[in-house]
Design a protein around this ligand. Structure first.
Ligand SMILES: NC(=O)c1ccc[n+]([C@@H]2O[C@H](COP(=O)([O-])OP(=O)(O)OC[C@H]3O[C@@H](n4cnc5c(N)ncnc54)[C@H](OP(=O)(O)O)[C@@H]3O)[C@@H](O)[C@H]2O)c1
Length: 302
């Protein structure tokens, strides 16, 4: 089968598609034929070696966490999943940017029939991260929440979940994303000079930072209490400011995936798809992501 690999830390040019054996499903696992798998900025950071102290790579390395596909084989000890099932899920083995992946059955939720493959394959990391961050700041009706990176893979889901929870939402984003945000009931605000004044005027009760680069300090300076600030990027901020850093790890499970997929199926949640690429074009996919202005998700179709 085809699978993405890299043999050293580096830029997109170290990525290649290799022909490798299919990994048979072990105890508790199933084999999934991947129909769609999204790419995430964390994969860039791992490949560039930025996380080598905490999450090193072993070479040759695969990559990819998100997956949506069709179950083709059942490993020993698995019940309740059958060949032919359409599923959404995740692997913690850096392995889903491939034609097939073996994953624990407990990492899978059923894909509703009316959820498109590319949307299903985008939900696990971005959706669970958005879910965790909105839960972390406990938004309630009447609250005003500001979100940095409001139209990105995580942010575009955060703003919708927070609106559903009854909050007023201010989406910090570039001008190209303002119409999309407004159409989803979010008040768009441009980043850059004067942002602090624009936010002060609005009055902020809670802040979700999906971008980093000083947004946590800005929220603190605006008087938002630390327990109502969540960052998914600035990992020094909890120690420095007492804020939260709830991300994917605290909500990446089948129950959350089923809930989010249900919201997509019922039309209550939109996951914008910026682009899809064949697996062979993995370098181009990451080049686009690394420009840093994606609306929603970029997806590989193996
Ligand atoms: N902790 C976790 O569990 C976890 C999980 C997933 C992701 N992450 C991290 O969270 C970050 C976001 O991930 P993602 O998948 O949402 O990334 P993404 O899809 O690339 O989105 C990033 C967004 O940031 C916006 N942006 C660019 N410059 C900005 C600025 N100066 N101020 C505010 N927004 C700006 C861009 O939109 P514009 O066009 O509007 O500029 C873009 O939509 C990444 O660093 C990723 O590694 C962490």
């Amino acid at each position: 089968m085809k699978a993405v690999r890299f043999d050293e830390y580096g830029g997109t040019d170290v990525l290649y598609v290799a022909d490798v054996p299919v990994t048979e499903p072990a105890q508790g696992q199933v084999l999934v034929k991947v129909r769609a798998t999204s790419i995430n900025p964390g994969e860039t950071k791992i490949r560039q070696g930025l996380y080598r102290a905490i999450w090193p790579a072993t070479f040759p390395s695969g990559e990819g966490t998100d997956l949506a596909g069709v179950v083709t084989e059942i490993g020993p000890g698995v019940e309740g999943v059958a060949a032919g099932d359409e599923v959404i899920g995740f692997t913690d083995e850096r392995a889903s940017h491939a034609e097939y992946v073996s994953v624990p059955a407990e990492n899978l939720a059923a894909k509703p029939a009316n959820v498109a493959w590319e949307v299903a394959g985008s939900l696990p990391v971005a959706g669970s991260t958005a879910y965790a961050s909105v839960r972390a700041v406990s938004v309630e009706p009447g609250d005003t929440l500001a979100v940095s990176g409001a139209a990105g893979g995580v942010g575009s889901i955060v703003v919708q979940l927070a609106r559903r929870a009854g909050a007023e939402v201010i989406g910090i984003a570039g001008p190209a994303n303002h119409d999309w945000l407004a159409a989803h009931g979010v008040r768009p605000v441009t980043y850059g000079e004067g942002l602090a004044d624009r936010l002060r005027e609005a009055g902020i009760d809670a802040f979700i930072d999906t971008y980093g680069d000083g947004y946590v300090k800005l929220a603190i300076d605006l008087g938002v209490s630390p327990e109502r600030i969540d960052t998914i990027v600035d990992f020094a901020a909890p120690e420095e400011y007492g804020v939260k850093a709830e991300g994917s790890a605290s909500a990446r499970n089948a129950a959350v995936l089923a809930e989010l997929a249900g919201q997509v199926a019922s039309g209550d949640l939109e996951v914008p798809i910026a682009a899809t690429f064949p697996l062979d074009d993995v370098r181009a996919a990451f080049k686009q992501l690394e420009r840093g202005h994606t609306r929603g998700k970029i997806v590989l179709l193996p």
